[in-house]
Design a protein around this ligand. Structure first.
Ligand SMILES: *[C@@H]1O[C@H](CO)[C@@H](O)[C@H](O)[C@H]1NC(C)=O
Ligand SMILES: *[C@@H]1O[C@H](CO)[C@@H](O)[C@H](O)[C@H]1NC(C)=O
Ligand SMILES: *[C@@H]1O[C@H](CO)[C@@H](O)[C@H](O)[C@H]1NC(C)=O
Length: 799
């Protein structure tokens, strides 16, 4: 067969799906919340690393946390409250043995806790890599203390040898299901059930081909099953595809499943799964690309198992893209592929070459890979041991389905550029309209958790939150509904944070435009409140508009009082304006007219406006507007207002020279907060207030511009100009730091760049209109250009 270029070939077998609708632009998180503003609790202990294995014990009020050579019992309400710990170190001889085999003493030849499952009210089962010699033990929590059972069971196949390798495991009753490599080299992957009748997969590349195991879960499909079906364990992983024909290895995502009551075959498939079936899992992004690779899965349970949905995060397998995606799959769709789909079969073409094609011959009965059901029972087969060789031989050689599993809506629920997605959990939240809405919490490579929703095809990221102060990849996410907390594990520490922090939304517009299903604006208390987790009844006193983002019912905000700023001719004035939404476009009004900023007079930066060389024509009222577009509406919010007045001549000695002096040095006059005259209304039209008696009268002398000051000011101007050019021409990295100004409403602090690491590199094409048009600085990442109609702002805003 002639080998075509990789992409051309890929697009042939339906891997590259073109979607009817125009691909949506990756959304920008509406808010960026840095660690210092998160209601987070952190746990870490000196000298201990790799806090990545978690088990919620809501029954005991504990979070069990497995790290490197340590296991902790933490208070589930406050994980910084450590209840007990056990240390599980590698014996010296084991470590020496491991280093002799060429592994690093400090990293690989240690004991990483990797498997942690509940057995009963007091006991857990725990495994560790134990210097490439996996070992398992019982972990008992009694009398407030943790201790190890010291039974040292063989952990081969239950836990990886290599701490850097992904694995998946699950406890069902007393049976441990594990997916990992069973040998030192990591070359023999298995899906293993350790129980009375231990079962595993075949060592064949058609079963598992250099897999990366990701997730496993049980679906109780025997519940009210009309055909007497069995419960199933689903396994998600990625592996090298056998079914495509390329020069290089091609990875694909997979879902596989086995039946809980499987006991293996009698002659064929002895002590092997008779029900191992797998299918490709597709998450097709709008652009043609190699298949995306699954990183994590979360099962969002429904009222009964049929309504369950698996949510997965996917990243590209080539370095060429920085898109991550979330796709969701219904259990019934996956089940249909396995129970009714066609199989693939290997055929020899030419001499030694194997090609996988759809099997079109007769499929034996009972259906290969099916669980024992009523139909099989009626033929006298009550256990997998009774299955005929024909069925077993078929499935031994053909575990791969021809059909792929497609996502629920045919397309990703979320696409995002920037640091890769790593983990996901999903909460189904009751909303004010009486529905339930899934909210996705997605961990990223740089230590942020994105809280995202999909409203009828519209992707919306409510916020990105940094639970720990380190930019490390999020390796574990757990959700507890009983505490309303999210638990986050990274290599350097663990953290918990609330699922929502509605108090962060400072105004009605902020609260409603957030479109956060956990929150609603209370008209009676004028606060953004957390909704109770019960089904809601219509209540006129609460505002929420999730799908539409319609905030037109919000009451008019109280007018913002203008701060008086006194300027002397020729000085530079800085007018601060902190905007708390990354989606807002910032504009300034000057005497109720849209300010046409122009260099070198004005400089707009993310936290405000600089006016250089002020003269009489610059005096007047300045208003900073943050305008968010939602649905068909634009919602301008007044973020700050200033009134620039001339410095009045005064008698010597009444000025506040000290303060002025420091400002002078930078050539910048700060709005003198301590000297602000507070006019009664923000709507005064200039002139009238100029002679208010309590007006401060700074020493005019202090305002005189000296030659030195002019020089300093010019220097500053040049510096800012250079900075400006760098800013606008520079690449997304710089801009994305500015994009992330924290909320002023909450903390009132000045902008600081991301402490370490940055949130996402969002789209970067917003700089097309930075010097001439009226709306000059378009927020952060919002790229619609000058879409704020000048008149509409003038009309809609109340200044
Ligand atoms: C454990 O954490 C350390 C420190 O972050 C990291 O360098 C190392 O790679 C981690 N080890 C494993 C096996 O993940
Ligand atoms: C866990 O923490 C909460 C909140 O700090 C506290 O009220 C509770 O008593 C703690 N539980 C235990 C078992 O210490
Ligand atoms: C819990 O399981 C352990 C280990 O199987 C067993 O020894 C213990 O008796 C069980 N305890 C309870 C309360 O069932």
């Amino acid at each position: 067969m002639p080998r075509l270029p990789l992409l051309a070939l890929l697009c042939a077998p339906l891997l590259c799906v073109a979607h009817g609708q125009a691909p949506a632009a990756p959304p920008t998180p509406r808010k960026t919340v840095y660690h210092q503003d998160v209601l987070a609790k952190v746990f870490r202990e000196d000298g201990v690393w790799n806090y990545t294995t978690m088990l919620l014990r809501e029954d005991l009020g504990l979070l069990m946390l497995g790290a490197r050579e340590a296991i902790y019992a933490l208070n589930i309400s406050d994980i910084s409250d450590r209840k007990s710990a056990v240390y599980w170190r590698v014996p010296v001889d084991k470590q020496r043995e491991c280093t002799y085999k060429g592994k690093s003493a400090d990293i690989e030849c240690r004991n990483y806790v990797r498997t942690l499952h509940k057995i009963n009210s007091t006991s857990m089962y725990v495994c560790g890599t134990n210097a490439f010699s996996p070992t398992c033990d019982y972990l008992i929590f009694a009398d407030g203390q943790l201790k190890l059972g010291e039974v040292h069971e063989e952990g081969k196949g239950k836990c990886p040898f290599d701490p850097l390798q992904r694995y998946a495991s699950l406890m069902v009753g007393n049976d441990l299901y594990s997916a990992t490599a069973i040998n030192f080299l990591g070359s023999e992957p298995v899906l293993l059930r350790s129980s009375q009748s231990t079962l595993r997969t075949e060592f064949k590349s058609s079963w598992l081909n250099e897999p990366n195991f990701v997730y496993m879960d049980l679906v109780p499909e025997s519940e009210h099953s009309p055909d007497g079906d069995d419960d199933k364990v689903y396994l998600f992983f990625s592996e090298n595809a056998v079914e495509y024909d390329f020069y290089s290895k091609l990875m694909v995502s997979r879902v596989a499943r086995v039946c809980k009551e499987d006991m293996g075959g009698q002659r064929t498939l002895q002590r092997k799964w008779t029900s191992f079936l797998k299918a490709r899992l597709d998450c097709s992004v709008p652009q043609p690309s190699l298949p995306y690779i699954v990183q994590d899965i979360f099962l969002l349970a429904g009222d009964s198992w049929e309504f369950g949905v698996f949510y997965g995060v996917f990243i590209p397998q080539s370095e060429s893209s920085d898109l991550s995606a979330v796709c969701a799959y219904s259990i019934t769709d996956i089940r249909n592929v396995f129970s009714a789909g066609k199989y693939k079969t290997p055929v020899s073409v030419e001499t030694s070459h194997i090609k996988w094609v759809m099997f079109s011959g007769d499929v034996p009965s009972p259906r290969p890979g099916a669980c024992i059901n009523d139909a099989a029972r009626s033929q006298g087969m009550t256990r997998s041991l009774d299955l005929p060789d024909k069925t077993l031989q078929f499935i031994r050689d053909r575990p791969l389905m021809d059909d792929a599993v497609r996502p629920l809506t045919g397309a990703p629920l979320l696409l995002q550029r920037g640091p890769a997605f790593t983990r996901i959990v999903v909460d189904n939240v009751p909303t004010l309209d009486g529905h339930m809405h899934p909210v996705m919490f997605i961990g990223t490579e740089n230590g942020f958790v994105q809280k995202a929703v999909n409203y009828e095809g519209e992707m919306h990221i409510i916020e990105e939150v940094q639970p720990l102060d380190t930019p490390q990849a999020i390796k574990t996410l757990r959700l507890s509904l009983s505490t309303g907390q999210l638990y986050v594990g990274t290599e350097s520490g663990a953290a918990q944070m609330p699922l929502s922090d509605c108090g962060r939304y400072a105004s009605c517009l902020d609260c409603v435009l957030a479109r956060d299903p956990y929150c609603a604006w209370s008209l009676t208390t004028s606060l953004c409140v957390t909704l109770p987790r019960s089904p809601h009844t219509a209540d006129g006193s609460l505002l929420q508009s999730l799908r539409e983002g319609d905030a037109s019912s919000c009451p008019e905000p109280a007018p913002v009082t203008a701060e008086v700023v006194q300027v002397s001719p020729g000085s530079t004035v800085r007018l601060a304006c902190q905007v708390d939404s990354n989606l807002a476009q910032v504009s300034w009004l000057f005497n109720q007219q849209l300010l046409k900023t122009s260099a070198p007079k004005h400089y707009l930066y993310p936290q405000g406006l600089l006016i250089f060389a002020t003269s009489a024509s610059d005096l007047g009222e300045y208003t900073c507007l943050a305008t968010e577009h939602s649905g068909a509406h634009a919602y301008p919010r007044v973020m700050a207002a200033y009134k620039l007045l001339p410095v009045l001549p005064v008698s010597p000695g009444t000025g506040q020279e000290g303060e002025e002096e420091t400002d002078k040095e930078a050539g910048i006059t700060e709005p003198p907060v301590s000297q602000v005259t507070a006019p009664k209304r923000g709507t005064t039209t200039g002139g009238k207030d100029d002679t208010t008696p309590e007006q401060p009268q700074p020493n005019a002398g202090a305002r005189q511009i000296t030659g030195l000051q002019v020089a300093v000011a010019s220097l500053a101007l040049i510096l800012i100009a250079v900075l400006g050019v760098g800013l606008f021409l520079g690449r997304a990295r710089i801009r994305s730091r500015f994009r992330s100004a924290p909320s002023s409403a909450r903390n009132g602090t000045a902008y600081q760049p991301a402490p370490q690491g940055k949130p996402n590199n969002h789209r970067t094409d917003q700089n097309s209109n930075n010097s001439t048009t009226a709306v000059t600085f378009s927020g952060k990442g919002v790229s619609n250009g000058p879409s704020v109609a000048i008149t509409s702002i003038g009309e809609e805003s109340e200044i």
